[in-house]
Design a protein around this ligand. Structure first.
Ligand SMILES: [Mg+2]
Length: 357
């Protein structure tokens, strides 16, 4: 079997979702997805990678992956849009191979560990909400069957229009929250935890928005809430700072959404700089690469909570067959809530679109 063509299509979800279709001379096709690669990923596939794939054996997934990773080293073969484009190709090749062999992909990766998997709902609450408004968001998530949820805590993630914090204009370049911002984040997290109740796990995302001291202060002040995790408190590139934050608090720190390939996770894991990792499967390398990352995390007893980014109309939990305790994100497809842990997989379907990863 030979690859005969590589096609792309883009759809809109909580970001641009790029779909990669690989066709063969046997008439078998594979479909892959990737996110956060932008229009660069389309150009990379169409103008750079497609020619390298045509005529190749589609079953040689690892060889194709390594070749594409290594050959354009001067163009960024280790992170960014090129790896995102490669991720779409990798997932399409696995899809194609599973179809050709008439088995689920997990059967080609050692077999499944679970028949069901816990996912969380990634929700939206605003710093301007009162307790009643927060409770309405949380109740909707819980009614859908979720047993865990995540909210955006950083104030810069919101427009504030029409809320009681509408007067406040965030300095986008200041990573040191003032006292009011800090107290508002603590208050908001407290309202969510109270609304969720003691049997529901709550995580809070900071989108890399704080400096070291501010992150430590916030993580410590959130300790009484017993969060499931505090996500990306600082930018991902300084592993030493992330480790210092993690060591300073009992609030679990989670990161990895903006890292690529197993190499990108090496120092994070070796230094045990976080309590939980969260690779973005359709961005950081694909199915096989995330399996390898999960196995590396298991060496350090660090749980693996992968991110997925389904299109607006289809919340899409993706079980991994790797060992570290899988908990996966599901986007609530209309916009206010997204999450972890579920009681019913189909109940996760809803109509909201979360705004930020
Ligand atoms: Mg995030």
């Amino acid at each position: 079997m030979k690859i005969t063509s590589v096609k792309t299509a883009a759809t809109s979800g909580h970001c641009m979702h790029l779909w990669v279709r690989i066709e063969t001379d046997a008439g078998i096709t594979g479909l892959g997805e990737c996110v956060h690669g932008g229009h660069q990923a389309i150009a990379i596939i169409q103008h750079e990678l497609a020619d390298k794939l045509i005529g190749r054996d589609p079953f040689a997934i690892d060889a194709i992956f390594e070749q594409i990773c290594r050959s354009p080293v001067f163009e960024g073969g280790f992170a960014g849009a090129l790896i995102t484009a490669l991720t779409g190709i990798e997932i399409a090749l696995w899809d194609l191979k599973g179809k050709a062999l008439k088995v689920p992909i997990c059967e080609l990766m050692g077999g499944k560990f679970h028949d069901d998997i816990r996912v969380y709902c990634d929700c939206e609450v605003s710093p301007g909400m009162n307790m009643g408004e927060v409770r309405a968001v949380v109740d909707e998530v819980l009614e859908a069957g979720f047993t865990a949820l995540k909210v955006d805590l950083d104030i810069r993630a919101y427009g504030h229009t029409g809320s009681e914090t509408g007067w406040y204009e965030k300095d986008k370049f200041n990573m040191t929250p003032n006292r009011w911002e800090h107290d508002r984040m603590v208050e908001l997290a407290g309202m969510v935890v109270k609304a969720a109740g003691p049997s529901v796990d709550v995580a809070c995302d900071l989108h890399t928005g704080l400096d070291k001291h501010s992150a430590i202060r916030l993580a410590r002040d959130l300790e009484p809430l017993k969060l499931m995790w505090l996500e990306e408190p600082v930018p991902p590139e300084n592993i030493d700072v992330m480790a210092e934050i993690t060591r300073s608090t009992s609030t679990p720190i989670c990161a990895g959404e903006n890292l690529y390939l197993r190499h990108g996770f090496r120092k994070l894991l070796e230094q045990q700089a976080v309590d939980i990792i969260m690779p973005d499967i359709p961005k950081c390398g694909g199915l096989s690469e995330c399996r390898k990352i999960a196995e590396l995390a298991d060496l350090y007893s660090i749980p693996f909570a992968p991110t997925t980014s389904p299109p607006r109309s289809e919340p899409w939990p993706r079980p991994m067959s790797a060992r570290p305790s899988p908990i996966s994100r599901c986007w609530n497809s209309t916009g206010s809530t997204a999450t972890i842990g579920r009681r019913s997989p189909m109940a996760a379907r809803s109509s909201r679109t979360a705004r930020s990863p």
